[in-house]
Design a protein around this ligand. Structure first.
Ligand code: IMP
Length: 399
C-alpha cells in the first residue's frame, strides 16, 4: 500500500515527525514538491535533525527519492548529507534528472523580488527556480552533466533577468558541475525507477512539503509557494499513476500557524499569541522567523481536506493546548452578510464565527476526545495518529 502525507494548514504541521514515525512500514520515501524552503524537524537517537531536502524517512535507512517536481539547491543538499554522514547515517538518495536546480542567481532574484512584492518568502530561490522552469530556461539536474547546455541556460536566465555577468556565470557553472559530480551516482530517471519499483511491489510513502493552503493553485494566492503541494502534485512531481496513491493522510495541529504574509482570519495577537508561540516553539525551521499563530479555522480545513482527498488525519502538538480553559474554533465565516462553511474565492473581508470548546488537561481527558470527534465529523476523516511531543515515543496510533 502506498500512502501520501500532506500538510493541511500553512506548513509546519509536523509532517517530518509523522513521516519518520511511519517510514518503517515503507520501502521508499519520495518527495514531490518544493525544495529547501521546507524544514522538517526529526528526532533521531535523542538528537534533533532539521532536514530541508533529504526526505525524512532516510534516517530509518529507507531510500529517499527527490522527485522531478522539486527544485534542488545542491549546495544545501551536500551540507545535509555531510551532516548526516558525520552522525554515522549514510543516506540512500536518488535524485531526479528532471528536477530543477536552484542556482545562486535564483536566490539573488528571490531577495530582490521579495523586497518589492513582500510575500515573505524563505529567500531560498524557490519561486525563481519554478519561474525559470516554466519560462523554459531552467537547468535540470541532468543538464549539469552537459557543460554547453548549462552555460547556455545560465546565460539565458541571467540575460532575461538583466543580471548577466560573464565571469559570474562561468564561476557558477563550474561550481554546479563540481556539485553534480559529487551526486553523479544518485542521479536517475526517477519516474521510470519509481514506477518499476512499484511494479515489483515496493511500497512508497509520498512525503509532502508545505501544505494545501500554500499550494500554487488552491492556496491563498499570491501568498503561496510556487509548487503543487497537495496530493495532486504527486502525479506531476514524481510521474506516478494517481490510482497508485492508495491513501492520503493530512497532518494538522489543533491550532493554526503561518510564516510570511497572507490572510489568516483566526490570527491572535499580544500575550495570548506569545504564550502559544513560546509553548509550541513556533519559530520557522528554515528561517527562524516567529510564526503567526491563531485558532483552528474549520472553513479552511474543510477546504484543505476536500481538495487534498484526505482519508485520515494525524493530529500533532495536542500537548501545546493543554491547560487552556476555553479553545475557540472558527466554525463558519460571515462574508458580506452570508454564512459560509467553505472559504470563498476572496475571504480577506470575511469574519470568523467562533464556537468555544472546553480545553483538556491530558490525553485521556474527555474534552480532547470531544475536540477530536468534532474534527472528524467536520472534516469527514478519522484521526489515526495523535502526536504530543517531538520524539517518536510521544505518538499514539488510534484504531
Ligand atoms: P517560498 O516557498 O520560499 O517562495 O515562500 C512562499 C511562502 O510560503 C512564504 O510565506 C513562506 O514563509 C511559506 N513557506 C514556504 N515553505 C514553507 C514551509 O515549509 N513551512 C511553512 N511555510 C513555508
Amino acid at each position: 500500500m502506498n500512502l501520501a502525507v500532506i500538510g493541511l494548514q500553512f506548513g509546519d504541521e509536523g509532517k517530518g515527525k509523522i513521516v519518520d514515525f511511519l517510514a518503517e512500514d515503507f520501502d521508499i520515501i519520495a518527495r514531490f514538491c518544493g525544495g529547501s524552503n521546507a524544514g522538517h524537524s526529526v528526532m533521531y537517537e535523542g538528537e534533533k535533525f532539521k532536514l530541508h531536502l533529504v526526505p525524512s524517512g532516510v534516517l530509518r535507512g529507507k531510500i529517499g527519492v527527490l522527485g522531478n517536481g522539486m527544485v534542488i539547491d545542491l549546495e544545501i543538499l551536500k551540507n545535509e548529507v555531510d551532516t548526516l554522514k558525520a552522525h554515522g547515517i549514510e543516506p540512500r538518495l536518488i535524485i531526479s534528472s528532471r528536477a530543477h536546480v536552484v542556482t545562486s542567481f535564483h536566490k539573488k532574484m528571490d531577495e530582490i523580488e521579495d523586497e518589492i512584492r513582500r510575500i515573505g518568502t524563505t529567500r531560498r530561490g524557490i519561486g525563481p527556480a519554478y519561474e525559470t522552469k516554466v519560462k523554459r530556461v531552467g537547468i535540470r539536474v541532468g543538464d549539469l552533466f552537459h557543460y554547453e547546455t548549462l552555460l547556455k541556460r545560465l546565460n539565458l536566465m541571467t540575460r532575461l533577468w538583466g543580471i548577466y555577468d560573464e565571469k559570474e556565470v562561468k564561476k557558477e557553472a563550474k561550481k554546479l558541475q563540481a556539485l553534480a559530480y559529487e551526486f553523479r551516482e544518485s542521479v536517475k530517471d526517477t519516474e521510470i525507477w519509481l514506477n518499476e519499483a512499484m511494479l515489483l511491489g515496493k511500497s512508497i510513502l509520498f512525503e509532502g512539503s508545505q501544505a494545501v493552503l500554500l499550494d500554487i493553485d488552491f492556496g491563498t494566492y499570491p501568498y503561496v509557494t510556487s509548487s503543487s503541494t497537495f496530493s495532486g502534485g504527486i502525479c506531476s512531481g514524481l510521474g506516478v499513476n494517481p490510482r497508485l496513491i492508495h491513501r492520503v493522510m493530512g497532518v494538522m495541529k489543533p491550532y493554526m500557524t503561518r510564516v510570511g504574509a497572507g490572510p489568516f482570519p483566526t490570527e491572535i495577537f499580544g500575550d495570548e499569541a506569545e504564550l502559544l508561540r513560546e509553548k509550541g516553539g513556533e519559530y520557522g525551521a528554515t528561517t527562524g522567523r516567529p510564526r503567526r499563530v491563531g485558532w483552528l479555522d474549520m472553513p479552511l480545513l474543510r477546504y484543505a481536506t476536500l481538495i487534498g482527498s484526505v482519508d485520515e488525519i494525524a493530529l500533532t502538538k495536542v500537548d501545546i493546548l493543554e491547560g487552556i480553559d476555553i479553545i475557540p474554533v472558527a466554525w463558519e465565516y460571515e462574508c458580506d452578510g452570508k454564512i459560509m462553511k467553505y472559504p470563498p474565492f476572496n475571504f480577506e473581508r470575511c469574519k470568523p464565527i467562533y464556537r468555544n470548546f472546553q480545553g483538556w488537561s491530558s490525553l485521556e481527558d474527555e474534552n480532547l476526545k470531544n475536540y477530536i470527534e468534532m474534527i472528524e465529523k467536520e472534516m469527514g476523516a478519522k484521526v489515526r495518529i495523535l502526536s504530543y511531543g517531538a520524539g517518536r515515543e510521544a505518538t499514539r496510533l488510534i484504531d
